[in-house]
Design a protein around this ligand. Structure first.
Ligand SMILES: [Zn+2]
Length: 382
């Protein structure tokens, strides 16, 4: 989705990535239009229930002209005719007029001999050809269009077995589109502060609560891994920006609860020095710190806007805290835990087995360098 100065790209789930390349071998054959019902009936009897495969995303009959050139060539070779389809603009007679190509069934569901035996009596010229078709239903119109051009006419049914339902995902995207740049801008700002002051890497997050469509910031947090920490290490891992964002939200909730129950708050100042940096540091973080009024689980349905794709640890913390939406600006190809198509391939934003899923997007600004000013080391765990 286009925003004012960039685009939101929905992240692909691990299952979506895997479903992309699953193909299965199918028999197809050319059938005269007049005989299509008869032939389909025979096929359905020969292969009941399509052999247990769900092929509702694949067109049962296709015009020759609508098939990819390779498939047409395969059919033509089997029938010993030329694969060229005459230009429709000239009105000349086309190869395949009055004919359709039938998707017969998986090669595992029946043998060529059986099918030939059943179909030969009704089809004058029978050529059973094997082609590859997409095994699983497409998860977007683009994917269906791609598969149609490459394999076989494929229908997108506006559903998604492997990720968020498209209409839900679109509504959610619309709800944040107008504010994305704003929140990411703020995350960039606080990241730059931390970097310049030497507290941490140039990574920042903004946590937003949305009530009746209106977003407001609960916490702004930058990386603070180098704050009172030796440089020869990887830094303080509990002070990654996202960990701090979650921590600051939690501290805010706790402070409110303590106020309500009138208990004395054990201020962290009285505790022994902690490795957690879960209180706002610096002007920007303090200015935007705003505890939520909502009750419920830690970060339930909150939104997190990140300058960089969070590392595996932070991505897990975000999932466990039950955020509803995650947007990041820069993909961390080597270390990111959110995307399913990075080197680690975890796709943690949408893994049903983790008992919590959220919606995720990468925001890409128009006409800017891939990573812009906020680029960090490719091996950094953000
Ligand atoms: Zn991290």
């Amino acid at each position: 989705m286009q925003t004012t100065r960039g685009k939101l790209h929905p992240l692909k789930t691990a299952l979506e990535i895997r479903s992309c390349d699953k193909l299965v071998d199918f028999y197809i054959t050319v059938v005269p239009v007049k005989q299509s019902n008869t032939v389909l009936k025979i096929v359905r009897q020969a292969i009941p229930n399509d052999g247990g495969l769900d092929i509702q995303h694949l067109r049962r009959f296709a015009k020759l002209a609508d098939l990819p050139p390779e498939v047409r060539a395969t059919i033509a070779a089997a029938r010993h005719v030329s694969p060229t389809i005459t230009n429709t603009d000239t009105g000349e007679e086309e190869e395949g007029v009055g004919e359709r190509v039938l998707l017969v069934g998986s090669i595992n569901a029946s043998t060529k001999d059986t099918l030939t035996e059943l179909l030969a009596p009704v089809l004058e010229t029978l050529a059973l050809v094997v082609i590859q078709v997409p095994f699983l239903t497409p998860t977007s119109q683009e994917q269906a269009t791609r598969w149609t051009a490459r394999f076989w006419p494929t229908v997108y049914k506006k559903s998604n077995l492997f990720g968020p339902h498209p209409s839900l995902a679109n509504r959610a995207m619309e709800s944040i589109a107008g504010e994305v740049e704003n929140w990411l801008g703020l995350a960039e700002e606080v990241a730059a502060d931390a970097h310049e002051e030497g507290r941490g890497e140039r990574v920042g997050v903004v946590v937003v609560e949305r009530i009746e469509g209106v977003g407001r910031v609960l916490a702004v947090a930058a990386d603070a891994r180098w704050l009172d920490w030796p440089r020869e290490t990887n830094g303080n891992v509990s002070a990654h920006a996202a960990m701090r964002g979650v921590g600051i939200v939690a501290v805010g909730l706790k402070a409110k609860e303590n106020l309500k129950s009138d208990t004395l708050s054990a201020s962290s100042a009285s505790l022994p020095a902690s490795i957690f940096r879960d209180e706002p540091i610096g002007e920007t973080e303090r200015a935007y710190f705003q505890p939520s009024d909502k009750k419920g689980y830690l970060c339930h349905e909150l939104e997190i806007y990140c300058t960089h794709e969070p590392c595996v640890m932070c991505a897990m913390a975000i999932v466990h805290s039950r955020f509803g939406k995650l947007v990041f600006r820069r993909k961390m190809q080597r270390t990111g835990g959110v995307c399913a198509d990075g080197e680690l391939g975890h796709g943690l934003f949408w893994r049903k087995e983790l008992n919590w899923t959220m919606l995720g997007w990468q925001w890409c600004p128009d006409g800017e360098d891939k990573d812009g000013e906020g680029a960090v080391d490719v091996n950094l765990n953000a």
